[in-house]
Design a protein around this ligand. Structure first.
Ligand code: ADP
Length: 625
């Protein structure tokens, strides 16, 4: 039984297919489990913030107005507005029909006499729609601490804290959550929101609520900073504001003095400490509750499922795809996943975890790349070894063939010589005997040609062919070749027509070129039917001497045109015909031509003859015509 490797190709393996996949999946799940142990709260929050910051649109209930005590207010009033001004302003807001007025700053710091403060205190305490917020959340039983100090000792503050991620989650002091209740007592923002949406008083109705230690919390559906309409305190106090806008609104009064960091929060939009004022945060919280639109964080099992899926995908990709394609598919998938995660947040307020799945994608990919490299390296080493062995065998074979061919040459030469002796002898022999000796001589000629081709092939394989360049006129070589083949042509009544332009001598190895051209002319004669014509031309074109051999033979089938220069290749048609050949002629011709930095190619229409073209450069390195 073979043990499946992670790397086995599951597309070809059949019975092992499931096992290999299961093995990969198991590795992926182990990776997923390990990755899940990494605390990525900070990164997850970063992705969350990005989704909040890029959210194109957030609805607004338009039920909240902000009133700021600004540095200009301090300037106008020569300090914080005193108790009398505060009381008068409160009265104006209530007269204008404000649904609720909330002080969210340290009102005890407002200057004024005890009488003035007591009077302000009375209008706060006796009006059920006026609230004073506190940042504190006292423990159960310590509610006493919610009362302010004398002379405002009757004012009971209501907890409305900010819940920034200081020691939990991202630990970056950004406010993303709101506290709805602490130890069972409900926070001020819930009361205020219930003025418009009473259902939220039952915290179970608040979308996305979750328990955290002894609190119930939810995420804030933020608006961009400065979304809520605001007015400066002094414009109301000094009768400069249009008070009708406060009708039926929750009015939040707070400071924007740039003195204390606790008056501001960091938001998903910006981590600058003063990126949003406290009352703007309260407005966001109240508005979220009125619209009941808290983002819902997907439960942990969603994270697990995504993590596992991405890990399996990444490992599957790295182990079975080509690196570039695999990386593209992985990046594409992760990008697609991110788009979906963003869309879910923007459209449905659902927070899909992104940090672990994205990290899993890249970690699994990069973790398994070295594994893949090791396996691939091992494979290429095996290929290399096999290749080496094959080359050695090939070399032995070539050497053997060369050796044998060489040894065969002598007996053949003897057969040829003896045939000549018999044919030229004066003693008459019968015509039958003469025919037999002729056949012996022709067969010996064929055999010699074949052996010469094999010997040349051996020389090529062992890189033993060297150019012996001499400057010569290729027309002379051509004429010699034509002369040599005239007899062969005549036997088949084939007419050889030559049109040789006068040429400059060029550097070449005449011996090798003779073999190239002989092969072309011989093939033309060999493969053409009787009573046809062969055209041989030579001319100068650009910096080349161009020789063409055109015949009216059977031509070469289109699908074989690319193969005829390959060693030992013979066309299907000729293999079944009596025409003899080794399949080496054109291979040698191409090799010898290219050794001259020339080109050889064929144009042929099946059934309509072929034209072989040889182009030789007029210059060979330093040597030129
Ligand atoms: P061979 O010894 O078979 O002639 P070559 O290498 O010279 O080997 O040629 C390879 C093959 O190309 C031949 O077997 C033949 O099928 C085809 N071929 C070569 N020359 C011609 C030609 N002039 N006409 C048709 N087919 C040819």
């Amino acid at each position: 039984m073979t043990i499946p490797s992670l790397f086995d190709d599951i597309s070809t393996a059949d019975s092992g297919q499931k096992r290999v996949f299961a093995l990969r999946a198991a590795f992926a799940l182990i990776m997923a489990f390990l990755i899940a142990q990494i605390n990525l709260d900070y990164v997850e929050s970063w992705f969350y913030d990005l989704r909040v910051a890029t959210k194109p649109y957030t609805a607004n209930s338009n039920n909240i107005e902000l009133v700021y005590i600004k540095p200009t207010t301090v300037q106008t009033h020569k300090g914080l507005p005193d108790a009398r001004t505060q009381e008068a302003t409160l009265q104006k807001l209530l007269d204008a029909g404000a649904k609720a007025v909330v002080y969210d700053f340290a009102i005890s710091e407002s200057p004024g006499s005890d009488d003035e403060k007591n009077s302000w205190e009375a209008s706060i305490v006796h009006n059920k729609n006026v609230f004073v917020a506190t940042k504190d959340t006292p423990l159960k039983g310590e509610e006493k601490s919610l009362y302010l100090a004398d002379p405002l000792e009757q004012v009971r503050t209501v907890p409305a804290p900010k819940t920034s991620d200081t020691i939990n989650f991202a630990k970056d002091s950004v406010t993303r959550r709101m506290m709805l209740s602490y130890q069972g007592s409900t926070m001020l923002q819930v009361y205020l929101a219930s003025l418009f949406n009473p259902a939220v008083l039952d915290l179970n109705n608040v979308r996305g609520n979750f328990s955290f230690y002894e609190t119930v919390q939810a995420y804030i559906d933020f608006h961009r900073p400065r979304t809520f309409p605001d007015t400066t305190f002094d414009t109301i106090a000094d009768n400069g504001a249009d008070l009708s806008k406060f009708k039926d609104k929750i009015v939040l009064i707070g400071t924007d003095l740039n003195i204390s960091e606790s008056d501001y929060i960091r938001t998903p939009y910006s981590k600058i400490p003063s990126s949003m004022t406290r009352i703007e945060m309260q407005a966001n919280i109240i508005d979220t509750l009125i619209r009941n639109s808290s983002p819902i964080k997907a439960p942990p099992y969603v994270n697990w499922i995504l993590l596992a899926l991405v890990s399996v995908l990444a490992i599957q990709i790295v182990l079975s795809m080509r690196p570039a394609t695999g990386l593209m598919i992985l990046v594409g998938t992760l990008f697609g996943f991110s788009v979906v995660a963003f869309a879910f947040f923007w459209l449905f307020g659902i927070w899909i975890p992104m940090a672990h799945p994205l990290l899993a994608g890249f970690l699994c990919y990069y973790f398994f790349i070295p594994y893949r490299l090791i396996i691939e390296n091992r494979r290429s080493w095996e290929y290399y070894q096999k290749n080496k062995l094959l080359s050695q065998v090939e070399e032995l074979k070539t050497n053997f063939i060369s050796m044998m061919s060489h040894d065969l040459k002598t007996p053949i030469a003897r057969i040829q010589g003896m045939s000549d002796v018999i044919l030229s002898d004066v003693t008459p022999i019968s015509s039958q005997q003469r025919e037999a000796v002729d056949t012996i001589k022709h067969s010996a000629d064929d055999l010699l040609k074949f052996i010469n081709a094999i010997l040349n092939y051996g020389r090529i394989e062992s890189q033993g062919v060297q150019l012996h360049l001499q400057t010569k006129d290729i027309n002379n070589v051509l004429q010699e070749v034509i002369r040599k083949h005239e007899f062969l042509a005549k036997v088949k009544r084939i007419q050889i027509v030559s049109e040789l332009d006068p040429l400059f001598p060029i550097p070449m190895d005449a011996d090798l070129m003779k073999q190239v051209l002989s092969n072309l002319v011989e093939n033309a004669i060999k493969y053409s039917p009787e009573d046809t014509k062969i055209m041989i031309t030579s001319e100068e074109k650009d910096d080349f001497v161009v020789i063409q051999v055109t015949d009216q033979g059977p031509g070469i089938p289109q699908d074989e045109l690319n193969n005829i220069f390959m060693k030992f290749f013979r066309s299907k048609n000729v293999k079944s015909s009596p025409i003899k050949g080794s399949g080496l002629g054109l291979y040698l011709a191409k090799y010898f031509t290219e050794l001259h930095r020339g080109r050889i190619f064929v144009e042929s229409n099946d059934g309509k003859g072929s034209t072989f073209t040889v182009e030789l450069p007029m210059e060979q390195g330093g040597l030129h015509a």
